[in-house]
Design a protein around this ligand. Structure first.
Ligand SMILES: C[S@@+](CC[C@H](N)C(=O)[O-])C[C@H]1O[C@@H](n2cnc3c(N)ncnc32)[C@H](O)[C@@H]1O
Length: 199
């Protein structure tokens, strides 16, 4: 669906998308007319890393309106094995560092896990802070590969200059727990602590 010329991936919050499979080089669709390719073309424009007064650290904001359902950017980084992620999380905890490691869970029974760490190599997705009442959500997106990309999408219409944030344990795909670090999101639904992904 297009909203003001923009391809909107998740048209309606009531539709609970669990993952997205985009058209790719194996499809016979006409690329110029295909409405099922967005994440593969990269992040949207007019995103800005800034010093967030709310979170007292860096954050990501938009300098232009974003319609609900639109793709924002990927949460891109190094792909980790479970044991490497556990090692890195231990070091992060011991040194009280910021934690950029995101674990994406799919299929709760088989527990397909994708673990991404953008702390050394990554993109602007790493600057999204956690909110207990976020304006973005994350979804697994497959383009040309069975390993999903972690796509960040607008959960509602977002106005220019709003900070972008998602729930670190958000949605059905994540198995979150509170990690004891106080949450600064300031929302009326704040749980008091940042959720962390259990691995
Ligand atoms: C993925 S990074 C987000 C970007 C980070 N603010 C920076 O300056 O690079 C995650 C880290 O940001 C901080 N953070 C994110 N959300 C937060 C929140 N709701 N409350 C307090 N700190 C938060 C925590 O230190 C967390 O480990």
């Amino acid at each position: 669906m297009r909203v003001k010329g923009e391809l909107v991936v998740i048209p309606n919050e009531s539709q609970q998308f669990r993952s997205i499979l985009e058209c790719n080089e194996l499809c016979e669709c006409q690329i110029s007319k295909c409405l099922n390719r967005r994440v593969q073309y990269g992040p949207r424009q007019k995103l800005e890393v800034f010093e967030s007064p709310l979170y007292k650290s860096k954050g990501l904001r938009t300098t232009a309106y974003i319609p609900s359902g639109a793709f924002i950017c990927e949460y891109a980084g190094e792909l980790l094995t479970l044991s490497e992620a556990q090692k890195r999380i231990q070091i992060i905890d011991e040194n009280c560092q910021m934690n950029y490691i995101l674990c994406l869970y799919e299929h709760s029974k088989t527990r397909l896990i994708t673990i991404v760490d953008p702390s050394k190599r990554g993109n602007i997705g790493r600057y999204l802070n956690h909110s207990c009442q976020p304006n973005c959500k994350i979804l697994p997106v497959r383009t040309n590969c069975p390993i999903p990309k972690i796509g960040i999408f607008a959960k509602r219409d977002i106005l220019a200059n709003e900070e972008l944030c998602f729930h670190y344990a958000g949605g059905d795909n994540y198995n979150g727990m509170l990690n004891g670090k106080p949450c600064l999101c300031g929302s009326t639904h704040c749980n008091g602590f940042i959720p962390n992904t259990q691995i």
